[in-house]
Design a protein around this ligand. Structure first.
Ligand code: PGA
Length: 255
């Protein structure tokens, strides 16, 4: 059975002191919720701090993006090896804020998935449609195109080393989460697509939902059979709210 995974995407937020309060609060706050996995994706300069505070705890940490190159003349970029050196378990790739502003192509993100795995990291691969694409009713076309770009690069078995996240762009940071039914439909569709290629991978891969996950909608979202947890932006900036989301993930198994 797939365990739920809740990942904080802290984006470009935080400071040494506020991170310390958040990470220590999370360690204490999640102690009573051992039935799910938790991870925190920090801005790169703070990875050393996440490692210092979270090492030897059940909570893992990760980066929010990475270069697809190992080293070289790429001013401002961070390599997978560098992220791994700070003990990261995960790295987010293909987030819509990177696709749109960083001009990442489907192909480049597919390459990054492979590079992350080679570096010993678990990529959290994001896909999702824009509002216009949603209104045009082409969510399935868009997400499959994005997923297939990764599968073409690494083969379906390569997915096993990572995590998928469905994040409709119109739900990110807007306060308007997808309905649990819509998210379930898309995740079940994506899992079904993988199943046609490899039933084992489809059964075991974790697919998260992201986009305005909050304490008050998490339990309903996580109760859906194909939603294996959440990628949480805004609500991860408040320790109590994020802990409540972790609690919802852990408690799913009790209901
Ligand atoms: P949000 O962000 O929870 O603030 O909508 C999610 C994300 O961008 O991963």
């Amino acid at each position: 059975m797939r365990r739920k995974l809740v990942v904080a995407n802290r984006k470009m937020n935080g400071s040494l002191s506020s991170n310390k309060a958040f990470l220590e609060g999370l360690l204490i706050g999640t102690q009573d919720f051992p039935n799910a996995d938790y991870s925190v994706c920090m801005p790169h300069p703070y990875l050393f701090q996440a490692e210092a505070i979270l090492k030897n705890s059940p909570i893992t940490w990760g980066g929010q993006n990475m270069s697809r190159y190992e080293s070289g003349a790429y001013t401002g970029s961070v390599s997978p090896g560098m992220i791994k050196e700070f003990g990261c378990e995960y790295v987010i790739i293909g987030h819509s804020e990177r696709r749109q502003r960083g001009h990442d192509t489907d192909h480049a993100i597919g390459e990054r998935f492979e590079v992350a795995i080679k570096a010993g990291l678990k990529p959290i691969f994001c896909m999702g449609e824009t509002l216009e694409e949603y209104e045009d009713g082409i969510t399935d076309v868009v997400t499959i195109r994005q997923l297939n770009a990764v599968i073409e690069e690494i083969g379906v078995k390569g997915l096993a080393g990572g995590v998928l996240a469905y994040e409709p762009v119109w739900a990110i940071g807007t306060g308007k989460a997808a309905s649990p039914e819509h998210a379930q439909n898309i995740l079940s569709f994506l899992r079904g697509h993988i199943e046609l290629l490899d039933a084992d991978i489809a059964e075991n891969i974790r697919i998260l939902y992201g986009g305005s996950v909050k304490a008050d909608n998490a339990a309903k979202l996580f109760s859906m059979p194909d939603i294996d947890g959440g990628l949480v932006g805004g609500a991860s900036l408040n320790t109590d709210e994020f802990v409540a989301i972790c609690q919802a993930a852990s408690n799913v198994y009790e209901s």
